[in-house]
Design a protein around this ligand. Structure first.
Ligand code: PMP
Length: 346
């Protein structure tokens, strides 16, 4: 895979945003180069200064936990920003195409449409696994990205590892593995495979297991040439200082996160079992994530009756291969009991 050929023509000569401050780091103490407020901010923190565009302190802390070098790490304003930047960096509007595997996370299609990039859909098999033949047939010389979500949203299952490896080995563009829910899965992450596959991009996020959805912080891990391209096209200060500060603090509390993962997985298994005993439930799909896909007799009426009880879940009954299904996030033990009680009421 030649990154020079893969990236869009119009960004080939772009340089990553950098400032004189980075160049003269440690040598200067008076900063009159960025038209900031030199007096301070109305807060204790020094929010009057622009943040580090490359977030090196935060990346360093992430690197210690993930074992991925800083130069293989990109941070986005949510993984949604990384998804959008992949389109902007690698897909020529009106010419290139990407492959998505429905039913899957909706943002890949939204981003494709916003960027005027053709979407090719290769549905998952009824087992919710990859249709490898269908994928091979859909690829042409203008296919730049394939999005594989594992564990997949909304189905909850992990994609068979060897199938993902087959796609990685046979596709000349980038294979984006979205691991937003990986912390809840039995299957291990693909970030250890980065050195083996120059065309691998792994997305992870602080929005799920890390409990920081409000911060908007996502990670993309990839070979250096891919990360360098993302750094060229990103807005200079895409991760704000408050996010960098708070995430650094949160990373010191990994024990709490691991504890929640354990509880969530136990609750998921318990909730799955309980749901399966309900008369309105036709099928509970096995989940490797923090949500459960459930087929019910009448999705809309179940959804509405839960709303009446003050419980919001997700109606996925109109989604390909998920007909009649609801997607339920695993709540706290108390929330799950309340949900089950509501579902038991006639
Ligand atoms: N990928 C998947 C599979 C998701 O389900 C979500 C959020 N629902 C995201 C990415 C978005 O994550 P972020 O909050 O980091 O933008």
């Amino acid at each position: 895979m030649d990154i020079n050929k893969l990236q869009r023509e119009n960004i080939k000569n772009l340089r990553p945003y950098s400032t004189a401050r980075d160049e003269y780091k440690g040598q200067a103490s008076i900063f009159l180069d960025a038209n900031e407020n030199s007096y301070g901010s109305p807060l204790e923190e020094n929010y009057n200064r622009y943040p580090d565009p490359l977030q090196l302190d935060l990346k360093d802390a992430i690197s210690k936990i993930k074992g991925v070098p800083i130069e293989n790490t990109f941070l986005g304003n949510g993984s949604d920003e990384a998804i959008d930047l992949l389109f902007r960096a690698f897909c020529e509007p009106g010419k290139d195409n990407v492959i998505i595997l429905p039913p899957t996370y909706g943002m890949y299609e939204v981003s494709a449409n916003i960027n005027n990039v053709e979407i090719r859909k290769v549905n998952l098999l009824p087992s919710f696994q990859l249709d490898l033949e269908g994928i091979a047939e859909a690829i042409d010389e203008n296919t730049k990205l394939i999005f594989i979500c594992s564990p997949n949203n909304p189905t909850g299952n992990s994609i068979i590892r060897t199938d993902i490896e087959t796609v990685l080995a046979n596709f000349n563009g980038l294979v984006v593995i979205d691991e937003a829910y990986i912390n809840y899965a039995k299957q291990r992450t693909f970030i250890k495979e980065l050195t083996e596959y120059p065309n691998l991009v792994v997305l992870q996020t602080f929005s799920k297991a890390w409990g920081l959805a409000a911060l908007r912080l996502g990670m993309a891990f990839a070979a250096r040439p891919v990360i360098d391209v993302l750094n060229k096209v990103k807005p200079p200060y895409n991760i704000n200082q408050a996010t960098q500060d708070i995430a650094l603090k949160a990373l010191q509390n990994i024990e709490q996160v691991n504890e929640w993962i354990k509880i969530t997985v136990a609750e998921r298994e318990n909730l799955s079992k309980e749901l399966a005993t309900l008369p309105i439930v036709k099928k509970v799909y096995p989940s490797d994530a923090n949500f459960i896909l459930v087929e019910v007799e009448n999705a809309l009426s179940t959804y509405n009756s839960l709303v009446d009880e003050g419980i919001i879940i997700r109606d996925r009954s109109k989604v390909t291969l998920c007909e009649g299904c609801l997607r339920i996030t695993v709540g706290t033990p108390e929330e799950n009991v309340t949900l089950l009680d509501a579902l038991k009421r006639p």
